[in-house]
Write a protein that binds this ligand. Structure first.
Ligand code: PMP
Length: 428
């Protein structure tokens, strides 16, 4: 098969005419498909239904240390839930605070508190003229929305296949005291599926920040979300590496069971150094008397331990792996073979990050919408929703059924080909 780069003007014209006719036919089909949402499918959620059976009116709602979970109290989580989450992310229970149902909420709180009260006695960010965050791109739109809301200036850091460009990260963090943070999704990043290498994690730990209150916002959202049994990414424990490197307080690590149990009804946590945990608790105790301990117990009783979570995630992987493989096969056959699309092959997480030829993403998303296929907005994986190359489109394959996904992916590839053919033809 010839690539679009190799095709002559005549060949491209012919291709475009045929694709336009196909597109019109698709539009007439009245499709209503959605590849925009990083949500588990209903079949994945069914796997967690047993969680609703582990407690009933006869269950003793007590934690292992005897606390009556029906009542107020326990600011930082019940001990068995702290142990469960600590084992999931590879740290110690004393480093963990269990919150409510959302890790995004914790991240927002961490930024809000830094703005209002300052971190560990440092000047509140709202009193500074300028505060900047580094944003590895493409990244998670809701991270960028938090920093944008607080008026924090966001700086794009290109991703490599080993994590963010660390030369740039070091340059900014070590020399500019207005740089106060960086957003990271170290394992199966949203949206590319990048896994940070050991060298990347060690370089993070060895940073010498110009700002005393610089923090790495380490969002370990996909820590147990492997797609394959044989090929599971392991990353170094950032808290331990930072301690070894003499930077024990440099990290806030986040995680949740949103895409393990029920999104919106899971448990979420922060892990950090003793000093940071004490600083957080000082404020948290004003915010709440304690989070939902009964849900914490429900999670512990259902999963039992980290191995229970791993076994559960293998069942989820069996459901979503075929979806990822289907999308990748259609993209390989129809797009990569024509030289009009690249992506990283993800081994976990929830997304495929498709890179179209430059200047095409917005048009592809809009033409797909017209044909009844909803995608995540072009630009959304970038700060201020500005993709400098207008090329990245985040594909979320988990929510639709396999049949719907196949239809949606087939529409997508026709649209990508049509938009790319138009671009290449215009450049001939
Ligand atoms: N972080 C990342 C990287 C995510 O992709 C998501 C969900 N899309 C979240 C956080 C949200 O997590 P939670 O449900 O715990 O707020």
């Amino acid at each position: 098969m010839k690539t679009y780069q190799e095709m002559s003007k005549e060949e491209l014209t012919q291709e475009l005419t045929a694709l336009k006719a196909e597109y019109e036919k698709i539009k007439g089909m009245g499709l209503a498909l959605d590849m925009s949402r990083g949500k588990p499918g209903a079949d994945q959620l069914d796997l967690s239904m047993g969680m609703l059976d582990v407690l009933d009116s006869k269950t003793a709602l007590k934690s292992e240390n005897g606390t009556d979970l029906r009542n107020y109290g326990v600011l930082d989580g019940i001990p068995e839930a702290k142990k469960l989450i600590a084992d999931v992310i590879g740290t110690k229970p004393e480093n963990v605070i269990i919150y409510g149902n959302s890790s995004l909420n914790i991240m927002y709180d961490q930024v809000a508190r830094a703005e209002m009260f300052g971190i560990c006695g440092n000047t509140p960010w709202c009193k500074l003229d300028k505060v900047k965050f580094l944003c590895p791109v493409p990244g998670y739109d809701r991270h960028f929305a938090i920093t944008e809301t607080f008026g924090i200036e966001m700086i794009n850091i290109p991703m490599t296949e080993n994590g963010p460009d660390m030369d740039l990260v070091e340059k900014y963090v070590n020399n500019d005291e207005t740089v106060k943070g960086i957003w990271c999704v170290p394992k199966y990043s949203n949206p590319q599926g990048v896994v940070y290498s050991d060298e990347t994690v060690r370089r993070f730990a060895a940073l010498k920040p110009a700002a005393a209150d610089f923090r790495i916002f380490w969002d370990n959202a996909y820590v147990v979300h492997h797609l394959y049994k044989e090929d599971q990414a392991q990353i170094l424990d950032i808290l331990e590496e930072c301690k070894k490197a003499g930077n024990p307080d440099m990290v806030f690590e986040f995680c949740s069971t949103s895409k393990v149990s029920f999104p919106g009804s899971g448990i979420a946590a922060i892990a950090s150094s003793e000093t940071n945990i004490a600083d957080i608790k000082k404020r948290l105790t004003i915010q709440t008397i304690g989070h939902d301990k009964i849900n914490q117990l429900r999670h512990v009783k259902f999963f039992k331990n980290v191995d229970g979570i791993k076994a559960h995630m293998e069942k989820q992987a069996d459901l979503i792996r075929p979806k990822f493989e289907l999308v990748e096969k259609i993209f390989s056959d129809e797009l990569a073979s024509r030289g009009i699309g690249t992506w990283m092959h993800p081994l976990g997480g929830y997304f495929i990050s498709f890179e179209a030829p430059e200047g095409c993403a917005k048009e592809i998303v809009s033409k797909c919408k017209e044909a009844g296929v909803v995608l995540t907005g072009a630009g959304s994986p970038f700060p201020y929703k500005k993709d400098p190359k207008d090329s990245v489109i985040r594909i979320a394959p988990t929510y639709p059924s396999l049949a719907e996904l196949e239809q949606a992916a087939n529409v997508f590839v026709v649209v990508v080909r049509m938009v790319a053919a138009e671009k290449f033809l215009a450049e001939k």
